[in-house]
Structure formats: structure tokens, C-alpha cells
Design a protein around this ligand. Structure first.
Ligand SMILES: C[S@@+](CC[C@H](N)C(=O)[O-])C[C@H]1O[C@@H](n2cnc3c(N)ncnc32)[C@H](O)[C@@H]1O
Length: 224
């Protein structure tokens, strides 16, 4: 059998040689956060400077709605959730330009966040605007707003909290109102005018092309 030279595991630093501290890398200011754990619920007190009502936008895209809306409501905290980093960074830049201290951004899959990371009954509102429509019948299983998701949203909302929906896809809209409208967990309301006037990037683009959009609002009645 071939002999291998013994492997030395001796520590060649002299005994009092301190372990060098890693050089801190300068960090750019950002509203994007990376939680310590992806399996624990957020500690909202650590996330925001002020403890005030929390509103969450799922699939915030380039973020014109959320940046403008958070700017107009300093007495609430906001969380933008988006799976595409490039889009989240655009919203980050908008929020930083506005000097927002009530907005934090998180890159993650929206239904996972709602079910596993948002504390139960923590949100005063959840906004879902123009979620990917998945128009082909065989792709509809990929839609965000499903019956199970709506129950998950009801668990994340405070009793009396609001779910706001907008879409340009008539079939998806029917699915949304079927699951929310038929649910004993929600009652239908109208979208407040001061919220409806904050348009999203996709909404602006649809309106510019003459494409009609639909909206609905539901109040959470009880936590399941
Ligand atoms: C059609 S865009 C609408 C963006 C924005 N709400 C608007 O109205 O301008 C849908 C956005 O949701 C994001 N998205 C889709 N499914 C998602 C999911 N499951 N979790 C997180 N983000 C998602 C997409 O990356 C995209 O930015």
C-alpha cells in the first residue's frame, strides 16, 4: 500500500497571535432586509423604528404604488414583497430617494411569507395588485390567489384588516371573488377612493392602452 505523508494539523500561528477580525465591507443603504431565519416569524419590533399598523404588498413589482402610498401614510409601516431582485431594487431606490423610514422590502415567495413568516393577526392590510394571471387553463394552478391562500391571508390579518385586490384578468377576478366572496372569513367592502387613486405601474400601463381593470376589497371578520 502506498504511504502518504502525514497531514499536519498544527496551528502555525504563534499562541498569542489574535485571529484577525474580518474587514468590514461598507454597506450601501438599503430598505431590503434579510431575516436571520426563514422558518421563524418576523419580529416586527426589530424591523421598524416605530410600532404602527403594518400593510403588506405582495408582488410589489417596480413599486411605484408602494413607494407613493407609504410616503403618503407615515403613520403606518409597509412591507414590499417581491420575488424578482431587480424589481425589488427599483423599489428600494424609490423608497430611499423619498427617505422612507416606514418601508422595508423582502425578496421571497409571497404565499410562503404569508403562511410562515408574517406573525398571525399582524397586518392591518394586504394589497395584491395585478398578480401574474396565468391565463392558460393548465397553468391556473400557479395563481397566487387560491382558496388555501385566502385562508392564509385571513390568519395574517388582524380581525377587521383589509385585503385589497386588483387585476386586469376577468377570469382571475372571478376566481378571487369566488374564494373571498364565498368565504365566511371575509365581508365585501368598496375600495376607498384615496387608495384607488394610487396606481400601480402595471395599472398605469393598462390604462394607457385602454385596458379595463377590476378591483375588490374584503374585510377580515374572524381569524380562522
Ligand atoms: C404583473 S406584476 C405586477 C406588479 C405590481 N403589483 C404592479 O401592479 O405594477 C406581478 C409581480 O408579482 C411578482 N410575483 C409573482 N408571483 C409572485 C410570488 N409568488 N411571490 C412574490 N412575487 C411574485 C412578479 O415578479 C411581478 O413583479
Amino acid at each position: 500500500m502506498k504511504d502518504f505523508p502525514p497531514v499536519s494539523i498544527a496551528d502555525e500561528r504563534i499562541p498569542d497571535d489574535p485571529i484577525p477580525e474580518p474587514t468590514p465591507t461598507p454597506t450601501e443603504p438599503t430598505l431590503i432586509f434579510n431575516p436571520e431565519s426563514l422558518i421563524d416569524r418576523f419580529d416586527l419590533e426589530r424591523l421598524y423604528a416605530k410600532q404602527q399598523p403594518l400593510e403588506v404588498e405582495l408582488g410589489s413589482g417596480d413599486g411605484s404604488f408602494l413607494a407613493g402610498y407609504a410616503d403618503s401614510r407615515p403613520a403606518s409601516n409597509f412591507m414590499g414583497v417581491e420575488r424578482l431582485l431587480g424589481r425589488l431594487r427599483k423599489l428600494d431606490r424609490k423608497g430611499l430617494r423619498l427617505g422612507l423610514t416606514n418601508l422595508r422590502l423582502f425578496r421571497i415567495e409571497a404565499s410562503y411569507l404569508v403562511e410562515y413568516m408574517l406573525p398571525r393577526q399582524s397586518a392591518s392590510a394586504i394589497h395584491i395588485y395585478f398578480p401574474d394571471p396565468w391565463p392558460k387553463r393548465r397553468h391556473r394552478k400557479n395563481r397566487l390567489v387560491t382558496e388555501a391562500f385566502v385562508e392564509s391571508v385571513a390568519r395574517a390579518l388582524q380581525p377587521g384588516g383589509m385585503l385589497y385586490l386588483r387585476t386586469d384578468d376577468a377570469d382571475y377576478f372571478q376566481q378571487m371573488i369566488k374564494f373571498c366572496g364565498a368565504s365566511p372569513l371575509f365581508s365585501e367592502e368598496s375600495t376607498p377612493a384615496d387608495l384607488a387613486e394610487h396606481l400601480t405601474d402595471f395599472e398605469r400601463s393598462f390604462h394607457a392602452r385602454g385596458i379595463a381593470t377590476l378591483s375588490a376589497a374584503y374585510r377580515s371578520l374572524v381569524a380562522p
